[in-house]
Design a protein around this ligand. Structure first.
Ligand SMILES: [Mn+2]
Length: 356
């Protein structure tokens, strides 16, 4: 290589660097939340391990994120955790775990991270969102799920708390909420206009009543068929951020996807999101620049019929999270500033050596 051309290239690189505004990568906190008492199936507590095993950290590092993995939270099982009202299961265990998670999410966001909570069942969202609102009281929630998860402890038919987290968070519902053991720490922190659902297709009668009577915005799978996912996202942001930009909490249940894509989950429902619709949702949320926290829940490695099904489900979870942090289908997410040319001095030199 001639000295002159090498020096010129160095100067050019320095000039380029000076022109580019340094783009700080996201700082991402990973919090494993192996919470499983919000539902009855064994295995969802291994969700964090499966999602990490599918390469989450590497993918985020590849996107230029700084990743701080806080490991899995330690949830103590509360002994003698009896049914509430002869129906609601493990209230004290879920309440206590949610309290621990709320502190973790609040701490991570206060430290300047975007917080990714990997579950675990969806009851954890009440802790994650509650903790997030301590730092960002004006946040909004995008809840991507086959289910509305908005039963109250008095309307639930299954007694599983993973079908109820939203009811604990909404101010408007508080006169319908009994005081559950384990939940005295929790204050409602969302109003009905602060949340939008996407992907619904299995909604209980009482949940439907709540959605309609409290004016909660939702886009069912039928709405996605009718409007297309592009319009759905446009309307979602118009509803949540029409007046002002605000931090976004994405609560993503893997069962929002069609069971053919995400089979390893506890309550699959036919007719879910396609891969492309799921990625579009995540891309658009990234593009707002307002994403502040994610829950990725209900990956259950014990429910796959094969290792391939488990891997596919966990990889899908990683794709959603990576897309939320800037992975695009067009590529160009990492800096690549120069193509090698055959005439460059390095190349011709080595060619000469080969000829000799
Ligand atoms: Mn859910």
């Amino acid at each position: 290589m001639s000295l002159r051309s090498g020096f010129a290239r160095l100067l050019r690189k320095q000039a380029d660097a000076a022109l580019q505004v340094p783009k700080p990568g996201h700082s991402v906190a990973l919090v494993g939340a192996p919470l499983s008492r919000g539902q009855k199936r064994r295995g969802v507590e291994h969700g964090p391990g499966a999602i990490r095993g599918a390469g989450l950290t590497q993918r985020l590092l590849g996107l230029g994120c700084r990743v701080y993995d806080f490991g899995d939270l330690n949830f103590t099982q509360v002994p003698n955790d009896e049914l509430y009202n002869n129906l609601v299961k493990y209230p004290r265990s879920v309440g206590l775990a949610s309290q621990v998670l709320a502190d973790a999410v609040s701490g991570a966001v206060a430290a300047g991270h975007s917080c990714v909570t990997i579950g675990g069942d969806h009851s954890l969202a009440l802790g994650a969102i509650s903790g997030h609102t301590r730092q960002c009281p004006h946040l909004c929630v995008i809840w991507v799920d086959a289910h509305a998860d908005i039963n109250t402890p008095l309307t639930t038919q299954s007694g599983n708390l993973h079908g109820q987290p939203v009811s604990f968070l909404l101010r408007e519902l508080q006169d319908k909420m009994p005081q559950l053991p384990g939940f005295s720490w929790l204050k409602p922190c969302l109003s009905a206009p602060d949340i939008v659902y996407i992907g619904l297709r299995d909604v209980d009668p009482a949940e439907y009543y709540i959605l309609k009577n409290y004016d909660i915005q939702y886009f069912s799978m039928r709405d996605i068929d009718r409007l297309g996912i592009q319009k759905v996202m446009e309307k979602t942001f118009e509803h949540l951020m029409g007046r002002r930009q605000r931090p976004v909490h994405l609560s993503f249940d893997i069962d929002a996807f069609d069971p053919s894509l995400a089979p390893a989950t506890g309550t699959p429902v036919l007719g879910g999101l396609t891969y492309r619709e799921g990625m579009y949702i995540a891309e658009e949320i990234h593009n707002t620049g307002m994403l502040s926290a994610i829950d990725l829940v209900e990956v259950n490695p014990l429910l796959g019929a094969s290792q391939e099904e488990v891997k596919a489900t966990a990889s899908l979870a990683v794709d959603v999270i990576a897309t939320c942090f800037g992975q695009t289908r067009e590529g160009a997410h990492t800096v690549f500033d120069e193509l090698p040319t055959p005439s460059s001095p390095d190349e011709s030199e080595s060619e000469e050596q080969v000829r000799i």
